[in-house]
Design a protein around this ligand. Structure first.
Ligand code: ADP
Length: 494
């Protein structure tokens, strides 16, 4: 993050951020981007943030001057230590604490799944260990005298940290639990209560019990001093049966201590003017240069030429993301002269569906199954329109990158998508505020109608360009959100 000149010299407070992902080190989705960008954004506001995450293979080697600051002979069945160090040279941007516990984290496969594609069976212990160590650091501090006033737990992987703090009656540390996605609840069988160091007394509706199982996310939701989620609209959605995924009751109970703070994007990483990962950098005043990125992308994927828009998708391929709806309307999209590039991986049926579509319409549709950060930049830079037809979307980052890169987002009207994209309805076009297209409900019919609208808007080059320029200037950085987190931390400290 930039903004060094604004940096305040006095530390406003100390925050221990606890998570399982941290961009650019380890990322499976938006959680990593947020956890990775927040410390720098908060440093600008004067906060000292250290982030605790697991030492997955190779991570310790990335730290400058790694120092062991904590150790245990038995952390959930093996030796463990915490290694402290800085990532990169920018002061304050990434003070990391890596939980080096080889029996839990030194393994092949992805961070959550084994090579068989299933959750590691000991995921409950792995992330309970992370939460346990977070509580320990919050309790005793680090050898250099740093002790947090705020423990900020992200998602189910850190959900037990507020509970462990509470169990031990540790004072002087306030806890914040952030829900990045309520669909992931950190479930474990009730038989693991002892092993996870959880008392049976609180295994009930008011505690961490969830339909007969333990939910580490619910533990965090009931025990944290404050809850946040990543967009104002998702706050309201979470309190409903439809979106709360069985936790809506807990959410409703906590309404007075629950708020939404929109995610931002790291403007230094996602800057079309200076992006070295794209063929031709461009800015809002030279949008015509974007064309070269579009042509290069089409060429890279062997797509033919057409007057129509080039659509892009960068996403996990799951039902949440509504990409089955896109498969349904794909024939229309192609028939109308559109082209589509998809980057993603996930559910086998969706992967197969897009692969089949690419075979069938080889000069119009292309798909790359996998995870590729550099390619994602080329897609945002080259696409005319990024599709995000999610059934639910806590915040969503892809539509924000799309705005930055003048790839007007077509989004479902839900969660953070509703909060960040201004629909090009007649009134919004007239007063000049539109930045994309929204549709609702999340059905193939509604998506098809929205695609028609995109084709219509794209057919008016002057209007399209005005929208692109506006989208590219739309504020999507962290500054406002970091101020909101800072204000929240401050109020909790008081
Ligand atoms: P979620 O966290 O639910 O997956 P978000 O929109 O919040 O969704 O964040 C997704 C992030 O992951 C974005 O930074 C997006 O660019 C990135 N991403 C998703 N899939 C891929 C992929 N296959 N390759 C590269 N980046 C991806």
């Amino acid at each position: 993050m930039t903004g060094k000149k604004n940096k305040k010299t006095q530390v406003a407070g100390r925050v221990l951020s606890v998570a399982s992902e941290f961009a650019p080190l380890v990322k499976t989705g938006g959680l990593a981007d947020v956890v990775g960008a927040l410390p720098g954004a908060l440093a600008v506001e004067g906060w000292s943030v250290r982030t605790l995450l697991p030492a997955y293979p190779g991570l310790v080697d990335k730290l400058a001057s790694p120092t062991s600051v904590w150790s245990s002979d038995d952390l959930f069945g093996g030796k463990a230590r915490v290694v402290s160090g800085r990532l990169g040279k920018t002061k304050g941007s990434a003070d990391l604490l890596l939980l080096d516990a080889p029996h839990l984290f030194a393994r092949e496969g992805t961070i959550y799944l084994g090579e068989d594609g299933r959750d590691w069976p000991d995921n409950p212990q792995r992330f309970a260990a992370l939460s346990r160590v977070a509580a320990e650091i919050a309790n005793v501090g680090l050898p250099d005298g740093w002790r947090p006033e705020i423990l900020h737990a992200h998602d189910w992987q850190a959900g037990l940290a507020p509970t462990y703090l509470k169990q031990r009656n540790i004072l002087g540390v306030a806890t914040v639990m952030t829900i990045h996605n309520i669909a992931f609840q950190g479930l474990a069988p009730a038989t693991m209560l002892d092993e996870l160091l959880l008392s049976k007394d609180r295994f009930d509706a008011d505690g961490y019990e969830y339909w007969g199982q333990i939910s580490t996310l619910k533990a965090g939701l009931v025990d944290a001093d404050w809850i946040t989620t990543v967009s104002p609209t998702y706050v309201n959605e979470l309190a409903t049966l439809e979106f709360g995924m069985g936790l809506d009751g807990v959410i409703r109970q906590r309404q007075a201590t629950f708020s939404g703070i929109l995610n931002g994007v790291d403007l230094a990483v996602w800057n079309p003017r200076k992006d070295t990962l794209i063929p031709r950098p461009f800015g809002p005043r030279k949008i015509e240069d974007k064309r070269q990125n579009t042509d290069a992308l089409a060429q890279e994927f062997g797509l033919g030429t057409t007057e129509g828009p080039l659509f892009g998708v960068v996403s996990r391929l799951t039902r949440q993301k509504g990409l089955d709806l896109l498969l349904e309307v794909l024939p229309d999209l192609v028939e109308r002269g559109g082209r589509l590039v998809v980057l993603g991986s996930g559910d086998a049926d969706l992967e197969a569906g897009f692969a089949e579509a690419a075979r069938k319409h080889s000069d119009r549709v292309a798909v790359h199954i996998g995870y590729d950060e550099a390619l994602s930049h080329r897609i945002y830079a080259g696409a005319d329109c990024i599709l995000v037809p999610s059934r639910f979307e806590p915040c969503g980052l892809t539509q924000m990158y799309a705005l930055r890169y003048g790839a007007l987002p077509l989004v479902a009207r839900t969660g953070g998508l509703a909060d960040t994209v201004i629909d090009a309805n007649d009134a919004a076009v007239r007063v000049g505020v539109a930045t994309g297209v929204q549709f609702s409900p999340a059905t193939a019919d509604a998506l098809s109608t929205a695609l028609d609208r995109v084709f219509g808007l794209f057919g008016d080059p002057v209007l399209w360009r005005q929208m692109q320029e506006r989208a590219m200037k739309h504020p999507v950085g962290w500054s406002e959100s970091a101020k909101a987190y800072a204000a929240l931390y401050q109020s909790l400290m008081e």
